[in-house]
Every structure is written in structure tokens, then in C-alpha cells.
Ligand binder design. Sequence first.
Ligand SMILES: *[C@@H]1O[C@H](CO)[C@@H](O)[C@H](O)[C@H]1NC(C)=O
Ligand SMILES: *[C@@H]1O[C@H](CO)[C@@H](O)[C@H](O)[C@H]1NC(C)=O
Ligand SMILES: *[C@@H]1O[C@H](CO)[C@@H](O)[C@H](O)[C@H]1NC(C)=O
Ligand SMILES: CC(=O)N[C@H]1CO[C@H](CO)[C@@H](O)[C@@H]1O
Ligand SMILES: CC(=O)N[C@H]1CO[C@H](CO)[C@@H](O)[C@@H]1O
Length: 666
Amino acid sequence: KKEPFQPVSMLSETDHCLNWDDIVLLQKQLFQLEEAEGGIDLFTRSYRIFGVQRRPDNSLFFKEWAPAAEALFLTGDFNGWDKFSHPYSKTEFGKWELILPPKYDKSPAVDHNTKLKVVVHTKEGQRLYRISPWAKYVTREEKSVIYDWIHWDPPQPYIQIHPRPKKPTSLRIYEAHVGIASPEGKIASYTNFTINVLPRIKDLGYNCIQLMAIMEHAYYASFGYQITSFFAASSRYGTPDELKQMIDVAHSMGILVLLDVVHSHASKNTEDGLNRFDGSDSCFFHSPPRGEHSQWGSRLFNYSSWEVLRFLLSNLRWWMEEYCFDGFRFDGITSMLYHHHGIGTVFTGDYSEYFGLQVDEDSVVYLMLANHILHTFYPDCITVAEDVSGMPAVCRGVQEGGLGFDYRLAMAIPDKWIQILKELKDEDWDIGNIVYTLTNRRYGEKCIAYAESHDQALVGDKTLAFWLMDKEMYTNMSFLSPMTPIIDRGLQLHKMIRLLTHGLGGEGYLNFMGNEFGHPEWLDFPREGNNHSYHYARRQFNLVDMDHLRYCQLYAFDRDMNRTEDKYGWLAAPPAFVSAKHEEDKVIVFDRANVLFIFNFHHIKSFQDYRVAVELPGKYKIKLDSDEFQYGGHGRLDHNTEFFTEAQPFNGRSNSMRVNILTSHF
Ligand SMILES: *[C@@H]1O[C@H](CO)[C@@H](O)[C@H](O)[C@H]1NC(C)=O
Ligand SMILES: *[C@@H]1O[C@H](CO)[C@@H](O)[C@H](O)[C@H]1NC(C)=O
Ligand SMILES: *[C@@H]1O[C@H](CO)[C@@H](O)[C@H](O)[C@H]1NC(C)=O
Ligand SMILES: CC(=O)N[C@H]1CO[C@H](CO)[C@@H](O)[C@@H]1O
Ligand SMILES: CC(=O)N[C@H]1CO[C@H](CO)[C@@H](O)[C@@H]1O
């Protein structure tokens, strides 16, 4: 039995509190949720009431919220698609219910894996065919454009047996997409991912997967960001049970799985989405114009609506309870936080940009509520905010007026790397600016650093590997041909950029599937503009397995970078102390978790007996060296060398020592 829900404890001192009004609003919402409908626990598990439920006697109970509807009917395979034989009856607050008694043989009236639709009669006399917003499984037949609601109630459901792994102190995230996770130009399955990709992730030393494009989205090329069925795991990759197995196997390997959750907007599809479910242009959404996102062409939720709160909060609990996810990456937070959705807005960091009438208080309170409820029911749950605006306190507790996230994505870092690779010659790199970008984060808020994510892999943009090596990757990556200057520079900088970001940029690290080995091609989903081709909707893991190609060297470095982090735990340690950011030498030195990081970005110069600062005195040894042969380096450093500190203070540290640091380019 669960403890009664604990409301947020009030702060006594308002002066420490960033956003007092929002805390009061949050308290009010929590109080109302606790009072109504049997408490927050039940309210946020409304997926056990809405949609369809099988009761112990095998009768089926159907329930929907469709406030603008005139009448609701259930139709499907079970009644020969009769449109009028099974009406819902109207109850209070725009809700509709229907009970189907069991068949003569006591089995449920609707068989597992058969099709259903809700028929909505509007006040204007239209008859609309709809999928329940609570549908747990939807599929599309090969030639059809429209999805079907499938009654999913397998006789032998998959039971997950592995407990959730312990929450790691150092989060190393592998951002992944199941459908593109194979070298073949077709959609890969959950099972394929389980068999072929999970072992790679484990080997690479990532302890967390951030899974994209799981919530069902009718349009594959939306990359999972135009959701049509919020409770359905995409059937493109297999059944709900196969996803459960995939998560179970990940857990057995000690790997957490976060869901990329999209609550910031919804697909505008009507036939297979939530839009105009009850025939009106509001229901789950604000009416236009507020309810439409002008750039994304999608619908925006009305977060002040009781039923929307039920729907979205229950959605979070559904993925936690039913699939055993370990947390969420909340997509598109910036669009939620501001009435202007971030469109045409530049954020400079001035507080006036974050506090004022442009802030959407309903969304702010929704996010506080979501985080509070998740962390209360699942203390180890991890939530990550995708916010480009840099709003303060996104990752502080709700008690302080924060939004309650655990981490935010450090979105400025990938932009910086791209800008550098695109615009600057090696000799013009601004070392101070690089260090500034990597260390410029809000005090007391945790960041996930990344050199590149799926954003940079998408067609129209370029990955680091592509910026660095471009077309030569197709012709010059073989060990059988001599190393060219472009490939040499590319291999070295690829590793150094990633390690620098890993060590200095945050409290967590993220990599997008394939970039760990410098995946040579971009991502482009099948769509009209490319003749519906799957050629670029894949990841060529086969390249890593080819012994004669250099991709395996980048892979090995990525693996050992993670493993080394696992041993020393710099992500979990306080931010680094940067003792050198030398513009002329192009040298960066910092220490974190008693690990000393030394980077030489100079395009030609090596330095002998170069003094570097360290805090702890003693003997130092090389633990990870991007110049090792096995990583595509030149093997110039002797790993048996021991470095002894001298009690000579240097660059703000108590001790120092002399090292040889070689230029990365041969
Ligand atoms: C899935 O994996 C199997 C081998 O495990 C392979 O035969 C099959 O072609 C793969 N399919 C895709 C789309 O990757
Ligand atoms: C949003 O929900 C609130 C509360 O239910 C309601 O008063 C308001 O009219 C809704 N807005 C729209 C545009 O439907
Ligand atoms: C698509 O296919 C048509 C006919 O096969 C061809 O003419 C056209 O160039 C193709 N377009 C692209 C973008 O590949
Ligand atoms: C050494 C080597 O194989 N160099 C090749 C690199 O790729 C270019 C084309 O991109 C070829 O012209 C070179 O011969
Ligand atoms: C902790 C850990 O696994 N460290 C590994 C880091 O990478 C080096 C180089 O391959 C390995 O030798 C270590 O075992």
C-alpha cells in the first residue's frame, strides 16, 4: 500500500524562492488532485479507467472523454463494423461509458488483436471514426494510410523479470532510434535492437539509452516528434511485448532506458491522432490560434484542463508502470515555457527573458507537477529537459520554484563545435571561447554535455565526422591505403572533441547512435522528397565490424573513454578546475575527479617539458591517450612513463609537473 501523497513542503523564506507564484499554483493543483477522484495515485493511473479495460468477469469497460460529442458508438471486428449497435452512454463532465458483457463462453466480447474504432457523432451531424486517445496499440496495414486501433490483451503477456538498475551517478547516454538501428535500408525491430544493438551499447560503456520515436507517430519522417497515439508503442518495430523484452534485457545489462516523451505538442492528424477527437477544435488543445504551433504545424495542449492533466500525467505513469522505463527526456520544453514558443526569439541570458508575461504559467505548473509526481512515485526516476532558452532553475527542485528536472541538455555545445568546424581554420580556434562554452552552465543545475546528437545527423546538417572528413570517408578510411592528412586530422579531432566535451561539458554525456564511430552518412527518413527511400534511414554498424576500416578505432576510443569515466567518475564530480587555456599554444589543461586532462589542439606544434598544474601531489600515469595506435593515433607516447609532481604552485594549483604534449596532427 502506498503512503498518502505528500504535497510539496512550503518554504518558509520566500527570498530563496525563485518563483513563488508557481509554487502556490502547484500546491493548488496538487491539493485539487488529491481531493478529487480518490487521490493523485488513481488520477495519474487513469489508463486503468479510460480506453478499454477487461474486468475480472471478462466484461469490457470502455470510457472516453469527448465533451463536444453528440453521441459515441463502438464499432469493430467484434460487431461486424456495425456503426449503431453499441452506443456509449453519456455521464457527467463530457464522459462516455460502455460495458460489453462477456460472450457465452465467458471470453471477452472483443478478441485480442482485433480492430476497433470509436464513432463520434458531432453536433453538426458529422460521423467521425476515431482511435481512442488511450489506445495501447495501433497498427497500419501495408497499403492503408490510416491506423487502426487494435485491442491488445495477449493471453500470455511478456513479464519483465529484471529490476530497474540502480541510478548511476555518472550518466552516459546512448541516444537511439530503433527503426534505423540496422545497416539495412528498412525498418529494424525491437527484437533486432535487443539482439544486435544492446550488446554494442553495453560494450561501449554507456549506462543509459535515450529512446526516440517510441510513442506512435503516423509520419515516420517526423522522427517521432508528431505523436498520434500517446499510449501506444510504435507498432512499426513490433509489438508492445517485444518492447518490454527489449527494456528487460537492457535492465539485465545494467542499462537504464529513458523515453523521449513529447508532451509539448501533438500531431494535427484527425483520423489517427488526437486532433478534433470529439469533433471540436479544442478538447485536448487550446482552440486556435493559441492551440496551434505555427512552425511545427501541430496542436498545443491546454495544460489548465483537468482532463489534459489526467491524460498527460497518466501517460507518464503508463510508460513507467507498463514498460518499466527509468525516466524521460522531455522534448520541446522551450515551446511550452513561453507563449512565443521560442519562435523568432534570441536568448541572451538576461533574466527579463525568463520571467514575465511571455512565460506560459500553465505549462510551467504542468512541468512542475509532472516532475514532482514522477520523483515522488519513483525516487530514482531521471528527467531531462530539452530547453534551448536556458531558463534558470529548470533543474532545481519544485520546492524552490524550480521545474524539478534532474538534467538539462547543454544545447550550446554542439552548436559551438559546428560553428568552429564550419568557420575556423585550425590556427584560429578560440580556446578561451571553447572552454567558456563548455563550462558556462547554471550553478547547481546538472547538464548533459554532447558534441553532437541526432539533430546534427539529420539531412541538411552534418555530423562531426562529416565536417572533419567529408567525402574522404568513402575512399580513404581503409588501413590498406595510406593515411591522408584529412583522415588523420579528422580521426584525431573527432576523439579530442568528444573527450573534451565528456570531461568538461557537464554532469552527464550523450552520444547519438553511430556517431561513436564517425558514422559516414546523414539521416534522411523516407518521404516524398526522396522517393520514400530508406537508404539514409539506417546506421551502418557493419562498418565497425570491418577490420580493414578505421571506424573501429573511433569506436574503441569511445568505448575506452566511457570505461575510463566509469572508473574515475568525473561526470559525478564537481566541475573541472581549468588551469590552462592557452590561446597561442592551443592547449587546454584541467583536472576533475583527480584526473588530469591535457589537450593540445595546435595544428603543428608539440611541446616538450610543458609545465601543467595539478592539485594532488604524487605520481601520475597515462590512462587514456588519443594518440594510441589502436585509436588511430601515432603511438608516440610511452605509457610506462611516470610523472612526478613538484611542489611548485602553478596556474592556481598547488603542484605542477612537466609533460610532453604532442600535436595531434602528424
Ligand atoms: C534483424 O536482425 C536479423 C539478424 O539478427 C537479420 O537477419 C535481419 O535482416 C535484421 N533486420 C533488419 C531490418 O535489420
Ligand atoms: C482550457 O481548459 C480550461 C479549463 O478546463 C478551460 O476553461 C478553457 O476554456 C480551455 N481552453 C480552451 C481554449 O479550450
Ligand atoms: C524519384 O524517382 C523518379 C522516377 O524514378 C526520378 O525521376 C526522380 O529523379 C527521383 N527523385 C529523387 C529525389 O531521387
Ligand atoms: C591515399 C588515397 O587513397 N587517397 C585517396 C583519397 O580519396 C580521394 C578521393 O576522395 C582519392 O582521389 C585519393 O586517391
Ligand atoms: C575502467 C576501464 O574499463 N578502463 C579501460 C579504459 O580503457 C583502457 C584502454 O583500453 C583499458 O585498458 C581500461 O581497462
